[in-house]
Design a protein around this ligand. Structure first.
Ligand code: ZN
Length: 268
């Protein structure tokens, strides 16, 4: 290929990115780059000395993670996008033990998220160094760490954005629990898919501190079964609709209303 052609290709790609126009500080930033092609999931089981994981529960939760990822691949396929997941177990699938798995406050999270703490416990110096080593070891540059904590809690995504600390946040991931704090069993397959979509740029469409009731209601009207609006014990009742597909780069047809759904905690 001529030099000129290569340059032209690069420029065209840059233009395409800016036209897609969302979250370019998050796309291609951190370890979870784009929800396309091959994506690697590194699974870490964390527990406390008095509450270890048992093999049966480990197998059950992995099965649900795989179900969520298979569903995501199918959804991508419906949008004409190739997406394949590969899963690996960190620490050979053995528990990574902490004295305490506490709920982190905003200040604690600044000191180090559960992904960061897990990597440190595995012997990595920091997130940047872990990224380099994990990338080499698993021959991938598009991955996330799924921290599975054997206690009750609320799941969330740990994202990296340009400008944030690479030492603390370059490796992106999720924390997922078998049960919510109120004892309700977690819908792991759908929750996992929902949180993974956050890592790749998706917005919540249900009402919460950063999302308003009128947007929730509009989403119910326009995208009633979207996984960012609700989760379900049966993931097959859900889909990735136009807006979410646009946010993660699967749908190239931007609509004017999309921007209106931007939650207050997602700056441009
Ligand atoms: Zn969410």
């Amino acid at each position: 290929m001529s030099r000129k052609l290569i340059l032209l290709l690069i420029i065209t790609q840059l233009i395409q990115f800016s036209v897609m126009g969302q979250n370019n500080d998050r796309w291609n930033a951190g370890s979870a780059k784009q929800l396309a092609g091959e994506v690697v999931t590194l699974i870490a089981f964390i527990s406390t000395p008095d509450n270890s994981w048992n093999d049966k529960d480990k197998e059950a939760i992995i099965e649900e993670l795989v179900e969520g990822e298979t569903w995501l691949s199918e959804q991508a396929h419906n949008w004409g996008v190739d997406l394949r997941f590969k899963q690996y177990l960190l620490n050979n699938g053995n528990d990574i033990v902490f004295n305490k798995i506490e709920k982190l406050t905003a200040k604690d999270k600044r000191r180090g998220s559960w992904v960061y703490r897990t990597l440190k416990k595995l012997g990595y110096r920091n997130s940047k160094q872990a990224y380099a080593e994990l990338k080499e070891k698993y021959k991938c540059d598009n991955f996330q760490v799924i921290v599975l904590a054997n206690k009750k809690g609320h799941p969330y995504a740990m994202r990296y954005a340009k400008g944030k600390s690479k030492r603390k946040k370059l490796v992106e991931g999720l924390i997922i629990f078998p049960e919510f704090e109120n004892g309700v069993q977690m819908t792991v397959a759908a929750t996992h898919a929902h949180e993974l979509l956050h890592l790749y740029g998706a917005w919540d469409l249900y009402e919460h501190f950063a999302q308003t009731l009128d947007r929730h209601q509009k989403a119910q009207e326009l995208y009633p079964d979207d996984i960012m609006l609700k989760v379900d014990y049966s993931i097959t009742n859900l889909n990735v609709n136009k807006l979410t597909a646009w946010l993660v780069g699967w749908n190239q047809e931007e609509e004017e209303i999309f921007e209106w759904f931007r939650p207050s905690n997602y700056s441009k």
